[in-house]
Design a protein around this ligand. Sequence first.
Ligand code: CDP
Ligand code: CDP
Length: 216
Amino acid sequence: QQHIPVIAIDGPSASGKGTVAQLVAKKLGYHYLDSGALYRIVALAAKAQNISWQDGLSLADLASKLNISFKDGEIYLNEQNVSEEVRTEEMGKGASQVAVHPALRLELVSLQHSFRKAPGLVADGRDMATVIFPDANTKIYLTATAEVRAERRYKQLMSKGIHANLADILLDLQQRDARDQQRTVAPLQQAKDAILLETSDLSIEQAVRFVLDQSN
Ligand code: CDP
Ligand code: CDP
């Protein structure tokens, strides 16, 4: 699998990773891995089975038994479409809590590697370039100021008809950034060989163009 190209896109919450990664994958005809969805699914399944988000070993055991699949941009857990359920802010928070456990992260490695299929893969998350695909051909660290990211998340929620409060979103974002950056295993950080893309003043199209130019 080592020769199959990978474009790794990491960055903080609401920086636009998912949107940009999916558009780049579509443009190139590559596969797409939403690694954050895996942590969200574990948080969701744990809640349903009364397993604590603090219990790393039980979470790893749970993950080893989960039947996760992706089809047409939708996420399935045991054949059930959980796309809406995993996208909630509650599961975003839950994901960042389960994601601190080394045993769980280890359990999810081979599943993530299995997405590396011809003709190529675009993977987004927090540790794509640093841990999961250290040999990725293109590494992008996508970011934007916390204020811009909160605004983006706010608009995204409102457009879905979900009532939200901008100040609460900003606070949640900052807490999640801190937890993701401060954990001991696979913290959120720019890989040494990654290219920084500050998108606060960029449109989605400009960010996509930048990534495509870097991957040539
Ligand atoms: O995956 P991640 O949490 O990093 O972010 P996302 O869900 O892809 O993007 C969050 C929101 O920001 C979406 O509604 C995007 O359309 C929007 N966005 C934007 O307005 N401008 C950009 N340059 C990138 C994303
Ligand atoms: O869309 P957003 O950026 O808000 O979140 P996400 O990419 O779905 O990730 C949710 C949480 O999962 C993050 O806050 C991280 O704590 C964790 N995560 C991780 O630890 N490693 C990854 N490769 C992806 C996500």
